[in-house]
Every structure is written in structure tokens, then in C-alpha cells.
Design a protein around this ligand. Structure first.
Ligand SMILES: CC(C)(COP(=O)(O)OP(=O)(O)OC[C@H]1O[C@@H](n2cnc3c(N)ncnc32)[C@H](O)[C@@H]1OP(=O)(O)O)[C@@H](O)C(=O)NCCC(=O)NCCS
Length: 317
């Protein structure tokens, strides 16, 4: 066995190993792996390694991220993220995972990271450790990682014969964005949700987004709230549709979403989600996921139920 640098030319083996270990709950597509790892400016190669056996088969890998994208958005510069660590089942308990993690942690620390988070990286696969991988969570605890709470993915299925109605609001327009809204939407993101959601919106337009993935709430032409909606026509495989291959029918996704703090508590949040649902349904989607949230009561009002659970872990170096 030896440890070698993560390389895009081993992509087929990386996806194959991922799917051998995780495909029942998290089926990987090559396109998604490339998008979220090799095309991410924040991939941190000094902390990303593969373990190969004596026949040169990939038997494990670790992928790390550090914020390196030159896009001027506020992102935590002291974080190092582990996007994923996996060791083939038949190669476990031989110290390979420890070796990979140790190399990644050392490189992240040397680069200035003071906190390591499991998942939740820019262009993440997992918000944190899937709850069903209990042994992995325990293993990370043994490596000094601390549990900090839960996150959830939610899911709802709709009867194709029952239409979802577009909500109405007094004094607020509900619109599907067009490319003309790009400037105003980016202004809103920068002022109200600077950081990750702003970054994801900038990337969306860079990847050729036309606006159809955003429902906007506008007061006198000014954006006061948004809901991102995703399907298989979207220019980016967004986080709530990562696991669409689990279903034979198309999967849609709701989120991110947010309302300007001065406009909250007026029913706008609920309305923008309902507008997102109605829009996705008018596009032929009858199954919708909402990912990486802790506000399950809010979405519960619209019939969403827990689908996946994640346990958050971090380590201070
Ligand atoms: C979540 C958010 C969009 C809600 O917007 P809002 O306009 O204040 O929500 P509404 O006024 O439409 O609330 C409707 C109902 O949901 C409830 N609700 C609102 N926020 C909630 C929350 N964080 N958790 C649980 N319930 C919530 C309200 O109490 C209200 O209940 P009621 O109808 O029984 O009175 C808004 O708080 C926000 O932008 N937060 C920051 C971004 C965010 O967290 N987005 C969600 C990420 S998953």
C-alpha cells in the first residue's frame, strides 16, 4: 500500500470506490464528483490523497478544501474542510484512514487552518457525517472531533393530479427571475446574505444561469426575498438534487432561501417556498428535496418530512 496525490485521471476509480461504499444512500455521478471536487477552486491538493494497494487499485481517499477562490466574498479563512474520507470496507482496520487523515490535517494546519470541519465545504457532498455512519462518527470522535449538532435533508412527494397553486401577497410581487434580475439579485445577496449563498449565486451566473432557478419577492422592484429552485435542467447540480439518481422520477430541490430581516414574520418566507414548489411542479416535478437545514418545523408546515440526518463535527487545531 502507498499514499499518492489525488489525481483527476483516477476519477473513474474514485467514483467506483465511492459507489461501492455509499451508493445505496448517496449514489455518485462522475459529473457531480468533477463539479464539486476537481472543478472547485477551493480543492486543497496538499491535503488530498489516495491510498493504492500493491496492484495500484485505489482503496481509499481523502479530499480537503481551503478557501482559495479569488471571488471577493466573505468566507472563513481559518477553516479547513474534509470533503470526504473513505476507505474500502475490506481494507479497514489497517490504519489507512488514520494515515490519510493525519496527512490531510498536517497539510491544513501548515497552511494556516485552525478549525477543521467534516463536510460543509464549498461545493460539499455532505453537510456533515450522515447519521447512519455511526462508526465513522465514533472514529472521528477518537481523532479529537467534537459533535456540535444535527442537520437534516427533507423530502415531500406530490400527487401528480393535484396542482400546486402560486401564492399571492399584498404589495409584494412574486416572480421567476430572468437574466435582467442578475444585478439586483447579486446586490441583495451581497447585502443580506454575504458569504456562501452569495458565492453560490455568483457561480450560478458564471455557469450560464439565466435566472429560472430563482423565485424572487420584490417590493417596488427591489428584491426582499428569494428561493432557489433546482431540477435536472439547471446549469449546476445543486445540493438538493445531488442524490436524484435514487429516484426513477425527476427530483426537484428547494433552497437556499431567505427573506430580508426587516421583512420577516409577515408570511413572506412561507410564500416564497410555496411559490418555489408551485414553479417546480409546473415544470413536471412531483418529488422535492430540501437539504441541509435545522428548521424542520418551518418546512413541516408545508408537509416536508425528515429524509436524511447528519451529525456535525469539528476539531480545533
Ligand atoms: C426562514 C425564513 C426564510 C422565514 O421567513 P419569514 O418571512 O420570517 O417566515 P414567515 O413569516 O413566512 O413564517 C411563516 C411561519 O413559519 C414560522 N417560522 C418562521 N421562521 C421559522 C424558523 N426559523 N423555525 C421554525 N418556524 C419558523 C413562523 O413562526 C410562521 O408560523 P405561523 O404561520 O404558525 O405563524 C427567514 O427567517 C430567513 O430568511 N432566515 C434566514 C435564512 C434561512 O435560515 N433560510 C432557511 C435556510 S434552510
Amino acid at each position: 500500500m502507498k499514499i499518492i496525490q489525488l489525481e483527476i485521471n483516477r476519477i473513474d476509480e474514485l467514483v467506483e470506490l465511492w459507489n461501492r461504499e455509499f451508493s445505496e444512500q448517496f449514489p455518485m455521478r462522475k459529473e457531480l464528483f468533477i463539479q464539486n471536487t476537481f472543478e472547485d477552486e477551493n480543492l486543497f491538493l496538499p491535503g488530498s490523497w489516495m491510498a493504492v494497494d500493491d496492484e495500484n487499485n485505489v482503496i481509499g481517499f481523502i479530499i480537503s478544501k481551503r478557501w482559495q477562490d479569488p471571488t471577493p466574498v466573505p468566507m472563513p479563512l481559518n477553516y479547513g474542510w474534509i470533503q470526504v474520507l473513505v476507505v474500502s470496507k475490506k481494507e479497514r482496520n489497517k490504519g489507512i484512514g488514520s494515515l490519510l487523515l493525519d496527512k490531510a490535517e498536517k497539510a491544513l494546519k501548515e497552511d494556516g487552518a485552525s478549525e477543521i470541519l467534516l463536510g460543509s465545504d464549498p461545493l460539499h457532498f455532505f453537510p456533515s457525517i450522515p447519521a447512519e455512519y455511526e462508526n465513522s462518527a465514533k472514529w472521528f470522535e477518537g481523532k479529537g472531533y467534537t459533535y456540535t449538532g444535527n442537520e437534516y435533508d427533507l423530502l415531500a412527494a406530490y400527487d401528480p393530479l393535484v396542482k400546486s397553486e402560486m401564492p399571492q401577497l399584498d404589495g409584494v410581487d412574486i416572480e421567476i427571475a430572468s437574466i435582467q434580475d442578475k444585478g439586483e439579485l447579486l446586490r441583495f445577496m451581497n447585502q443580506v446574505f454575504p458569504g456562501r449563498w452569495e458565492y453560490e449565486t455568483i457561480r450560478y451566473f458564471q455557469k450560464g444561469g439565466t435566472g429560472r432557478e430563482f423565485v424572487l419577492l420584490k417590493k417596488a422592484g427591489k428584491v426582499i426575498g428569494f428561493c432557489r429552485i433546482n431540477d435536472d435542467q439547471s446549469p449546476v447540480i445543486y445540493s438538493n438534487v445531488y442524490w436524484a439518481p435514487l429516484f426513477s422520477e425527476p427530483l426537484g430541490g428547494i433552497g437556499s432561501l431567505g427573506v430580508d430581516p426587516v421583512e420577516r414574520g409577515k408570511g413572506y418566507g412561507l410564500a416564497v417556498v410555496l411559490a418555489g414548489i408551485a414553479t417546480l411542479r409546473s415544470r413536471g416535478i412531483n418529488r422535492i428535496a430540501i437539504d441541509w437545514t435545522a428548521i424542520i418545523d418551518f418546512y413541516g408546515k408545508m408537509g416536508y418530512q425528515i429524509w436524511k440526518e447528519y451529525r456535525k463535527y469539528r476539531k480545533t487545531l
